[in-house]
Design a protein around this ligand. Structure first.
Ligand SMILES: Cc1cc2nc3c(=O)[nH]c(=O)nc-3n(C[C@H](O)[C@H](O)[C@H](O)COP(=O)(O)OP(=O)(O)OC[C@H]3O[C@@H](n4cnc5c(N)ncnc54)[C@H](O)[C@@H]3O)c2cc1C
Length: 643
């Protein structure tokens, strides 16, 4: 549950790793400090290095979202989810793990005396193979495809979101993914079997007191001394960090970010201490600060990515973590729905159950829509990652949508429906409200991530058409370019001509847009998909216009970037949801329709029609009437709260 948002990725002109990036140039011309320009340029370069790890067809420029916005047509097939294969061995581990947690919950033995998931529970889960799901078979795991793992996390989170979250911390952002993706054969042999068996559980230590959103401010250092690194510094907010854990520790080695696989000692000593604080969120697991004073880590534990540095390692795991977060949100929201239904049936006001009222039915319908939206994003993103895509923009959409949906579901839908009882001790809302909100912050705060999404989206366009303008401005020594000044226009004529050519070609092509192939998609989902596809195609003009208007100051126009990012993300959610639902049953199709209607109105500013209201309330009524299993895919009896 780590951080990282890339602050500026507008492109990199010039050759060589130390050449200034477009954003460095832009910030410098815009009068920003040399430190800010250099820092953001460093992150820009780390991103380029992650990109280079992927085959060209799987890089950002060829990702579904990028192609939909900038390509010649919207690649609808790349937005369809791929069915998750669940090998037999994985299915066994998954079912056994669910059974362990179900049983311990029922017996009241899931948590220890401090309210944390108990060591015995962690041990029993180890016994059935839970911690090895993402570890390859040759190292003692079951090698689950990520799409199967993500779908399973939703089932686990429906029963217990904390246990689901721990699997993500261990397997996605903790030590497992960094070792799988960047470890040498020797490092994998040494660590992965222990991580698969659960003998060692892991965490990821990136955030520091002075470095959360701004990763260029990392201060923890590791200095080579003989065959060991000597680590000094402090980490903050590290989930699952207790003595004895194996931690992916991000620190600076000779100035550059690096990741060391560090075994925390079994006891605190003068070199390693926990920094304890009260934390409302993740209350059923451990989250601590870590203080290192001349703490020694074997030099052989340094991960050496063939390209890039420690941030490369961090970005890789975070992609998986963000999809896992959306999958957990889908599970947590099923739990909320399961709690709302019996209450809405039981609670009578003015002589009738509140569940018969339109306002409550609309909430139930909206919640079903949010769940299906999360399911769609999880299936789509996890499938892309399994196919080898970098998928960074897509995973960011899943993270933001999942965390915002969970927040809305908790406060607007669940809390309001439960009324005053929501605040009683023992009520799922009151007891878990911080759990529901925290995903908006960890693994990157939503708006910061939204800007990062936007910057990834415009990077190629900026490189092709705006970076040459920036270079020409710098070469001509123009401090404030003025497009009405003929001297300035003349200095910029060549890059401006290239841009005008692009614009004219695109405008011409947009007069006869290609109709996406939506065979197999019934109405009204097909019309939602068409709307989203057309909207995504049109984004190129809005985005390019913002780049034209704000030019080198765009990096500072955060509100505009956030707004454009939001719109693009909503279109992506709409298209993905409309393509996911067909064939999954009537209620899923109706839930997808309700979510798409809501998203569409948000984009067009239209008021809800009576048909919109009816779609939501009649869906709510159908869910209340026993359609819950179809939405949730779980046995309601197992999770209903008793009243
Ligand atoms: C429950 C929980 C679990 C966590 N688990 C882990 C973990 O396991 N490992 C780990 O490494 N970290 C973990 N974190 C840390 C988490 O990832 C960070 O809290 C998060 O990335 C934000 O960093 P910060 O708190 O330092 O916010 P800050 O960097 O202090 O930023 C605060 C806010 O300021 C705004 N802001 C910041 N910079 C800008 C900017 N340039 N422009 C505009 N607005 C800006 C944003 O809205 C941001 O949210 C966890 C946090 C929590 C709460």
């Amino acid at each position: 549950m780590a951080t990282t948002t890339r602050d500026s990725d507008l492109g990199r002109p010039g050759a060589g790793p130390d050449a200034p990036t477009f954003v460095e140039t832009a910030l410098a011309l815009g009068g920003k400090s040399a430190l800010e320009a250099r820092s953001t340029g460093t992150i820009d370069r780390a991103d380029d290095q992650v990109e280079a790890m992927f085959a060209e067809r799987h890089q950002t420029a060829n990702s579904p979202v990028h192609l939909a916005v900038w390509g010649s047509s919207v690649p609808v097939d790349l937005f369809r989810p791929v069915a998750a294969e669940v090998p037999g061995a994985c299915a066994r581990v998954m079912n056994d793990s669910l059974e362990v947690v179900r049983q311990r919950k029922a017996e009241g033995t899931l948590l220890d005396a401090h309210g944390k998931v108990s060591p015995e529970t962690l041990g029993e889960l180890a016994g059935v193979g839970y911690w090895g799901l993402l570890v390859d078979v040759e190292y003692g795991g079951t090698g689950a495809p990520f799409s199967a793992f993500a779908a399973f996390l939703t089932r686990m989170a429906t029963i217990d979101p904390t246990v689901a979250g721990l699997a993500s911390v261990h397997g996605c952002i903790g030590a497992v993914d960094p070792l799988r993706a960047f470890g040498t054969a020797e490092q994998k042999r040494r660590y992965l079997p222990k991580l698969a068996s659960g003998e060692k559980l892991s965490a990821f230590a990136l955030t520091e007191p002075g470095a959360g959103s701004d990763l260029t401010a990392l201060k923890t250092t590791a200095v080579l001394d003989g065959d060991e690194y000597v680590v000094n510094g402090e980490k903050l907010f590290i989930t699952n960090a207790v003595p004895g854990r194996t931690v992916g520790l991000v620190c600076r080695i000779e100035g550059a970010p690096a990741v060391l696989i560090a075994d925390l000692p079994d006891h605190e000593d003068e070199h390693f201490q926990l920094v304890r604080y009260g934390l409302y969120a993740l209350k059923h697991t451990h989250n601590n600060g870590l203080r290192f004073r001349d703490f020694r880590v074997p030099a052989e534990n340094l991960l050496r990515p063939s390209r890039g540095d420690g941030l490369t390692v961090a970005y890789h795991g975070l992609n998986l973590g963000r999809v896992a977060l959306c999958a957990s949100a889908a599970g947590a929201m099923r739990g909320m729905l399961a709690g709302m239904l019996p209450w809405a049936d039981f609670r009578k006001t003015y002589g009738a159950p509140i569940g018969t009222r339109e306002l409550v039915r609309r909430r139930v319908g909206r919640l079903a829509g949010l769940i299906v939206g999360c399911d769609a994003l999880v299936a789509w993103c996890a499938g892309l990652l399994d196919q080898g895509y970098r998928g960074e923009m897509e995973c960011v959409v899943a993270k933001i949508f999942g965390s915002e949906a969970q927040k809305e579901a908790a406060i607007e839908l669940s809390m309001k429906t439960h009324g005053g009882r929501a605040f009683l001790h023992g009520h799922p809302f009151g007891d878990n409200v911080h759990e529901y909100l925290a995903p908006c912050i960890y693994e990157g705060e939503g708006e910061m991530l939204g800007m990062s999404f936007f910057k990834s989206l415009i990077k190629g366009h900026g490189k092709s058409y705006f970076e040459p303008v920036g270079r020409a401005i710098a070469a001509a020594g123009l401090r404030k370019p003025d497009m009405k000044n003929p001297v300035h226009l003349w200095a910029l004529r060549s890059p401006l001509r290239a841009y005008a050519g692009w614009y004219a070609r695109e405008k011409f092509a947009s007069m006869a847009p290609r109709t996406p192939d939506l065979s197999g998609v019934p109405e009204p989902l097909a019309s939602h998909a068409r709307f989203a596809a057309e909207g995504l195609r049109r984004c190129r003009f809005e985005i390019s216009a913002a780049m034209r208007t704000h030019q080198l100051n765009l990096a500072d126009r955060q509100c505009r970037m956030a707004e454009l990012s939001r719109r693009t993300q909503d279109l992506v959610v709409m298209l993905t949801t409309a393509l996911y639902a067909p064939g999954r049953g009537d209620l899923v199709v109706r839930a997808a329709d309700v979510l798409c209607r809501d998203l569409k109105r948000g984009l067009t500013g239209a008021r809800p029609s009576d048909r919109d209201f009816r779609a939501a309330t009649s869906l709510g009524e159908a869910v209340e009437a026993g359609g819950f299993a179809a939405i949730a895919g779980v046995d309601p009896g197992a999770i209903l709260m008793t009243y």
